[in-house]
Design a protein around this ligand. Sequence first.
Ligand SMILES: [Ca+2]
Ligand SMILES: [Ca+2]
Length: 379
Amino acid sequence: MSRYYILLISLCFLACEDNSIKEEARKAVTRPTAFDPTMCYQLNKDAVPRFLNSKILEEIDQIQVDPKVQLSTNGMVQIKGGTFDMGGDSEQAREDEFPKNKTTVSDFWMDETEVTTAQYKQFVSATNWVTIAERTVDIEEIKAQLPEGAALPPKEALEPFSLVFQYPTAQVQSVNDWWDMRKGANWRYPLGSDSPPAKDNHPVVQISWYDAMAYCKWAGKRLPTEAEWEYASRGGQDNNIYPWGNEPVDDKLANYWQGNFPYTNENTDGFERLAPVKSFAPNGYGLYDMSGNVWEWCADWFHQNYYQYRKDNKEINNPEGPGNSYDPLNPTAWQKTKRGGSFLCNDSYCSGYRVAARMKTSADTGAEHSGFRAVRSVE
Ligand SMILES: [Ca+2]
Ligand SMILES: [Ca+2]
């Protein structure tokens, strides 16, 4: 999913361009750029991939770390590292979850809940960070994705917006049919400016990958790798499908979608959209909502072939993800990974609440069902 892609489709400006050369280049896994796991993000500017926005990374770089938050482990749990089999455990698992790989992660701290609106508010008060969803769409980004000479969108189409779930009124053809580009939707007003403000004890949403990274910089934390996230989600159990074991998901275990997605939400878990964090029991490590509620950004790029690459190269210790992105379903996008599923997940659609399930989204895209939690390495 990409903020600009959806915008371009909605404007009927998406033109066919020959991306075959770019796509070929992306299919091979390349090595990660320089990555210091003790840092909140890739500080080596020479190594910043050209498909990240260097202007926004520069802004993140300028954020001052809050020394008090940096030293605090309040609301975090320490997870003892170890070795596990990373990857799919059931017939619901997708191709990108295979092959399973023996994986070792070091000790780390992890937020026990998704980062809440209250926590994000504290960060914004301290830094005046403006999230991507609150910014006017960058016309240069649009130009870069249009063929030369194509007409540019009208100014009003560039007003700040973010993606809000809407019940479709007809048979859906694609995911774009249930995402509304809602003007004024952002972390303060997740459903748009005419709707109620975000609740303090809800996970913060409408957060792009950059917005999550910015918070991490301030808090002296970082985003988890996919390996760390999956290890944490498994809660000390081996090769189980869910954080709670192998018992199928039900409305007592997580905030997800009961009913016929995306048409009818039976809502038997009591939460049509977001739930307050800690509404469901924690996993074996004391982590809440690792399944459902909101998707959680990870540090890694998404690459369809990365697990096979890891197997071929016997990459076991603290894998940091590939150095590039490739998704056959969306071959022109550069996407970061997300984990854990959301209130929109259902077995008939994504079963994203499985510990091994992976999602991918462009770094600039926030949505009503996406937030994050942060980690810190144990020194
Ligand atoms: Ca629900
Ligand atoms: Ca979650």
